[in-house]
Design a protein around this ligand. Structure first.
Ligand code: BES
Ligand code: ZN
Length: 466
């Protein structure tokens, strides 16, 4: 293998003074050393057009794309039609999961209380229209409720010590018709009951101030009647889809058996248009597929977008579970593009599940160094679709800008926060890295076999809120 030639990037050393007459040279120690961009890099880089990525983000981020909804399915159809317009055979891989649609309306009224209450539902709160005497039930632990009779009552319970689900189940077991849980910290309480359960009674959340006001009235000896209404919630089986466009090796005789997967998730959280999370990765996957379509490669490349990532990486786990042992051992790399275009986020980084380098990070550090003079740093992290690949022993990395933008998972994650420069930069680094391995005269690093590693729940999810 040829040794890379180090070249001083003179252009980056030139800084012009405000008046424009004086040239100031940076201190030699600040001058970056740039590896020459290879001819093969240019083949990819020159074709990547951030405008295409931007336009697809714009199209996809008109609405939230919650897994299992019509809007996610519309996105799936659009992604498939884009892949097909580039000439790919495209497969839609359906899978089912247990989902929850939040209530369309909810209300708490208390006879004998003047203030206005602004309840929130829990994920997996069940529908109902119940009323009964309001009764304080402390933290709602089994110990506290031993011997209590809550028959027909609405239990007022404070947050803390045990999960929301346990509080609801403990109160229900003592006969409660409904449950109100109030926060133990300032601000609204948005929580989850974790999973559907036939034993749940209608349960809503109030703020600390609201709960304490009700408690003060009860403690002063008032008799209060509470009514709780929840409508439109729906728990049940849902269908989501992965979209897979496959580029077979160009020349069967010179092909290897390897498979490279480039992926992203196309779903978003409720209420968020998900321009950056993750229409950006989806649109970048599409652009890389377009660019690679007519470029000869000796390696199979699968361009795919996953459904239901936001609900627990369900689509990517389904895809990896659907692979045969043979396909798993032939899959040498997973490039996971998730949140790759925000103006308001930091620099590009790569996350691997174990924090170690692997084929994906080696190829990408080499390409980023050739293109920009800096190798993209590697950190440890899960939280996205590279997790199932890494768990199966496949070298995998998440591409993301760090720190994350303030619009993450919010209604403000919109197209106006997207930077075309960032899109171009990440697509070039990833495109050049893939091509370094997949081109015919490949000289890239050899794949390393990884130890299988199981992600702990903490590596997949953030800590569960209690
Ligand atoms: N794109 C995020 C992951 C992410 C966000 C990584 C910020 C690093 C920084 C992803 O879509 C997501 O929100 N993941 C969930 C976990 C998943 C297992 C449901 C998360 O991080 O809460
Ligand atoms: Zn995401």
């Amino acid at each position: 293998m040829k040794k890379p030639i180090l070249k001083v990037a003179l252009a980056s050393a030139l800084v012009f003074g405000a008046i424009g007459t004086q040239a100031v040279f940076a201190h030699p120690a600040d001058v970056k050393q740039t590896l020459p961009v290879k001819v093969f890099d240019k083949k990819i880089v020159n074709e990547i057009n951030a405008e295409n990525i931007y336009n697809n983000i714009d199209y996809l981020s008109q609405n939230p794309r919650v897994a299992g909804t019509e809007s996610e399915f519309n996105a799936v159809q659009y992604i498939k039609s884009q892949f097909e317009s580039y000439g790919y055979e495209t497969e839609i891989q359906p899978f089912t999961f247990y989902g929850y649609t939040p209530p369309s309306s909810m209300e708490v009224t208390i006879d004998g209380y003047e203030g206005e209450l602004q309840p929130r539902s829990f994920t997996y709160s069940v529908n109902g229209d119940v009323s009964g005497e309001l009764m304080y039930a402390g933290l709602g632990t089994a110990d506290e409720l031993e011997g209590a009779d809550l028959t027909g009552k609405v239990a007022l319970i404070q947050r803390g010590s045990i999960s929301f689900a346990e509080k609801v189940l403990n109160a229900a077991e003592k006969g409660a018709a409904g449950v109100i849980i109030f926060n133990n910290a300032d601000g609204p309480l948005s929580g989850t009951l974790g999973a559907h359960n036939e034993e749940y009674v209608p349960a809503l959340a109030l703020s600390k101030a609201e709960g304490e006001a009700l408690l003060a009235l009860l403690e002063s000896g008032e008799d209060l009647t509470a009514s709780l209404t929840i409508e439109g919630a729906d728990a049940g089986e849902r269908v989501s889809h992965n979209v897979i466009a496959t580029k077979k090796p160009t020349n069967k005789k010179k092909a290897n058996d390897d498979i490279i997967v480039v992926g992203s998730h196309h779903d978003s959280v409720a209420g968020a248009p998900g321009a950056n999370d993750d229409a950006s990765g989806t649109a970048m996957t599409l652009e890389l597929a377009r660019v690679f379509k007519d470029i000869p490669t000796d390696t199979e490349i699968r361009f795919m977008t996953f459904g239901a990532e936001e609900l627990g990486l369900i689509g990517s786990f389904h895809y990896v579970d659907s692979l045969s042992e043979d396909e798993i051992s032939r899959t040498i790399a997973n490039f996971n593009l998730d949140m790759v275009g925000s103006k308001d986020a930091g620099d590009l980084v790569m996350w691997t599940l174990d924090g170690e380098e692997n084929l994906v990070t080696e190829l990408s550090q080499a390409s980023s160094e050739r293109l920009n003079g800096d190798p993209t740093p590697v950190y440890q992290g899960g939280r996205s679709d590279h997790v199932p690949f890494a768990e199966a022993g496949i070298p995998a990395a998440l591409f993301i800008h760090s720190p994350t933008e303030p619009w993450y998972h919010s209604p403000e994650d919109t197209i106006d926060k997207i930077s075309k420069e960032k899109l171009q930069d990440v697509a070039e680094i990833v495109g050049a890295a893939i091509y370094d391995k997949a081109r015919f005269d490949n000289m890239g690093p050899k794949p390393k076999k990884q130890h299988k590693m199981k992600a702990t729940p903490e590596m997949i999810y953030e800590e569960q809120v209690k």
